[in-house]
Write a new protein. Structure first.
Length: 115
């Protein structure tokens, strides 16, 4: 299993970023996918999830209305569109394939929201 996140960077408050996670080594279209994040000095927090067919999504209250999650099963990729970013969104963002147990995690991509 390999999950490779990309798209992070430095953005000003109110800005947008789109994270991507390219998956390989398993049948991507069969599994729920999630995004988590970890801010400096804090634990890992759930951000968003999506079902295998992409029809159902869920979000943490802290990002609801600002973030969207989507997937392209032909490209084995899951996305996290982040709008109206706030300084408190600063964190390492991880893609997780829910293959069982605690899932399989990527290496993460850093998002920094600062003026």
């Amino acid at each position: 299993v390999q999950l490779v996140e990309s798209g992070g960077g430095l953005v000003q408050p109110g800005g947008s970023l789109r994270l991507s996670c390219a998956a390989s080594g398993f049948t991507f279209r069969n599994y729920n996918m999630r995004w988590y994040r970890q801010a400096p000095g804090k634990g890992r927090d759930y951000v968003a999830g999506i079902t295998p067919d992409g029809d159902t999504t869920a979000f943490a209250n802290s990002v609801k209305g600002r973030f969207t999650i989507s997937r392209d099963n032909d490209k084995n990729t899951v996305y996290l569109q982040m709008n109206s970013l706030k300084p408190e969104d600063t964190a390492m963002y991880y893609c997780v394939a829910m293959l069982g147990g605690s899932g399989s995690w990527g290496q993460g991509t850093q998002v920094t929201v600062s003026s």
